[in-house]
Write a protein that binds this ligand. Sequence first.
Ligand code: ADP
Ligand code: MG
Length: 679
Amino acid sequence: MAFHLNDPVTALKNVGGKREKLYEKLGVRTVGNLLRFYPRSYVDYTSPKLAAECVPGEPAVIEAKVLKKLTPAPIRKNMVLYKLLLTDGLSNVMLTIFNNEYAYYDMKVGETYLFHGKFSTMGGNYQLTLSSFIRAEDGEVMRPVYNLTEGLSNGMVVNNVKEAVANWGRLLEDILPQEVAARHSLMPFEEAVRTIHFPSGKDAYDRARYRLAFEELFLLSMSLLLLKGRDKGSTEVQIKDPDMGPFYASLPFELTGAQKRAIGEILSDMSGQVPMNRLLQGDVGSGKTMVAAAGCFAAFKGGFQSAIMAPTEILASQHEATLKKTLEPLEMKVCLLTGSLTKKQKDALRAEIAAGTYDVVVGTHALVQKDTVFQRLGFIVTDEQHRFGVRQRGELVKKGERPHHLVMSATPIPRTLALIVYGDLDISVLDELPKGRQKVETFTVHSDKRKRALGFIKKELEAGHQGYIVCPLIEDSDSELMAAVRYEKIIQTNYFPEYKVALLHGRLKSDEKDQIMNAFKEGKIHLLVSTTVVEVGVDVPNATIMMIENAERFGLSQLHQLRGRVGRGNAQSYCILVSDNEGEENRRRLQVMKETSDGFVIAKEDLKLRGAGDFFGDRQHGLPQLGIADLLEDSALFRTAQGEAKALLERDPGLEQPEQMRLRLYMDEIFGNNDSGLN
Ligand code: ADP
Ligand code: MG
């Protein structure tokens, strides 16, 4: 029989249609998939403990001799309790086995075994509830523990994997270049896979994991490099040494060092032949808009139009206002194109955009529609906030002749991660806040302290400041909307009769939203009760206090974004997180919010809590998946692997040498043959 890694799992013993379905649930269809179905953890039999050293309530491995087998005791229908008395040489331990007849009858009095289970104490006596055991002479092993699904036991998977390793293992070929493997003393792929399933000990495990993680990160780096290196063509938009003096002179403040550096990077890109593709990452309040404005000014100096796409109307109109204030004194014309204009208004505006009347066009999705045509589009900004897909960005780019493109993101993530998620972009980071900003003081309270919190808000309003109260609201649920409406009424009449309170939510018409936002900006509304529509970008420096109801319903990054709406001026600002949820995870999240205001740290915590898949959605789509490497934990290894991938591409840009054939085939597969840029 010829073996193939694509053989279905049913090629294995004891795997029929039923088990095939169970495996499918775990994403395992072929024997090759099963070989790469790495254990979730291990039972480590290599360092057993004495019962006296074990921690009650925790899993433990104890080496002990069977002194006596007690008579099985039926405790319920279909439930038999088996007990054995053990000694580890120092103390006695009562071993309890539930419903595992086989284990009980297999164990012999006088023999020594390694027992793994949950350790506890009862009236001064040691107890162990059995999970698994091995004979002492089989010792020095780590037993794999797999992710399972109902109906599929760990033992079944272990047996299937054993057979797969024995008969299919030799088909696992090394894809990593020989010399790279040699330089880092990597074990062969086949050995690594075998070892990761059945390590003989901790050292073997470490070496196997290193080998596998190295390969994953190497392949990921390689695809990112190819993605980035793809021919982007050259652009007509080359703006050499624009005179930025008037722009800097007109600003009411000194730019931060980080802003200057980012602007420098952007101007340098814009003077070149290759269209810019750059990510501007910065924490909330770091002043990304001014950096974008500098790019618009440079484009204008070069005779080009700019377009700025924002994810919501509120944000688009705010950008328009900021840019008008900054750029119109410099003789630039700024307009706003959104879906809420009438057809007639849109047509008129589009005609002017096509004629080149406007230098900067700010808008929402309406910008990418077919009938928006530019006269000379040279610079594009997308204010991403995780809301635009790669495709929409692409559509806007097509509106110009290879315009320069800046992506702004307010969810700062660690650099290594940014490199992966935005693999096709260069990165500028605003890692500095404008001077005078103070840390937003953050409290967490139970809802029974709401009254006091409202009193605190009142003090801020009395001092002439403004505030937000955020209610989590599922935007399409009528009952929740009603609750928010009622909430706002109560707040207005019972607590703040002498102030103006207003409600802002996503189902208002956009001109209504604009009216409310403008009134808030002008200070005519003192307290804004709002759903998460204030989350992105809203900038009202006089707002100094925010209270967030049901804080447990928000993700960490979202809480950080929300909190970023205050602390934008010079006055001390506050954030009150209201939550009655006592869960461990929630407590930890709120603690993080209290302790840090660093968006990078918060994003990292968010990632740990939610897992990378959830955090990024499908941004990574198409790139090699990581099975064992961890982007957060393995960042040093990632740099090493990346260095090797880079060096290899420098030596052999097309991966043409015969020994790179497997690697090349792999890359062709990832990119769909013709698109890898390797041809
Ligand atoms: P974000 O990065 O969150 O989008 P914004 O661009 O909205 O930040 O800027 C936040 C606030 O800081 C705005 O009111 C803006 O005018 C102000 N700002 C930007 N740069 C500076 C600076 N260098 N010094 C002082 N204030 C600044
Ligand atoms: Mg912003």
